[in-house]
Design a protein around this ligand. Sequence first.
Ligand code: F6P
Length: 359
Amino acid sequence: MRKLAVLTGGGDCPGLNAVIRAIAKSAHGYGIEVLGIRDGFRGAVEGDFMSLSLKDVSGILPRGGTILGTTNRDNPFAYEMKLNGMTQPVDRSDDVIRNLQEHGVDALLAIGGDGSLNIALKFANKGLKVIGIPKTIDNDLMATDQTFGFQTAVDTAQEALDRLHTTAESHHRVMVLEVMGRYAGWIALYAGVAGGADVILIPEIPYNLNRIALSIQKRAKQGKKFSIIVVAEGAKPLGGEMVVERMMTGRVDPIKLGGIGAKIGHDLEEHYGMETRVTVLGHLQRGGSPNAYDRVLSTRYGAAAVDAALEEEFGIMVALQGREIVRVPLREAVDQIKLVPLNDPLLLAARTLGMEMGD
Ligand code: F6P
């Protein structure tokens, strides 16, 4: 093992630079050279590589984003190219393998979520030596207890809820906070509990608007003339659909969610006359410095990935299980997404506390 390449794919999240740093430092300790690939799989297709020396990673531990750049488009197996004036998907996976060979790369470390790790698995099936590292604020990857970036996103959402509380109380209003998470409700559940939300709506539990209105009215009768609702972007009404902001071509998942907060705000005003304001937290959840938990987790993932490469174990993802970092088959990680189980201990605790889950 002489040379590793690393890329960051999909939506960014706090802790990416901490992983890159950990990889570069650990590899350096073993005398292994590391190359960075710019902008995820785009750089792999186009041969856009950079050096990742100790100097290059110095000072990046607390920095948000990724020094390598990323993209949630550019799938090498369906790479969008202009052919005869028309944009068409072309399989450029062989170009990736050739570029890595030309740079003398022995193995690829892919830091990504569901989409990027699906691509990584396809490369593993093509014979490339690949190791995955689980990233995403959504925490929706199977086979790991936690992805890095999630805890920091929860912190951001909890702080937003704290701020919404004071203004909601002053104005006697209903405040809705829409958070990210795609098809999983992890961010909404954790931030909702941490921020003391009154109503938590997650995709796994379709909501009944009447239940929500009743719980707000019940609070009002108890003298609490404001209520805080945290809603995951993938939440949907009973018998209804998720709200899609738009469709985007060139992505593994073309669906971009967004707008459920506005729908709930509108429906509460329209049908129940409740004065409601809506905040969409959006990409604030992805930006900024990782918290201590995510710095530690990212660092452990980076070191563990280099150890796995050194021991020639490929086609795997490093994962957190309990307190241990383990190696799991990449397939297990991407087979299906990890939703909030209906018997999740935090979900049950929220119910015990009387938090309204909308059902
Ligand atoms: O997967 C991370 C995530 O932030 C999701 O929570 C969200 O649905 C999506 O990415 C947003 O994607 P984009 O960066 O394209 O707006």
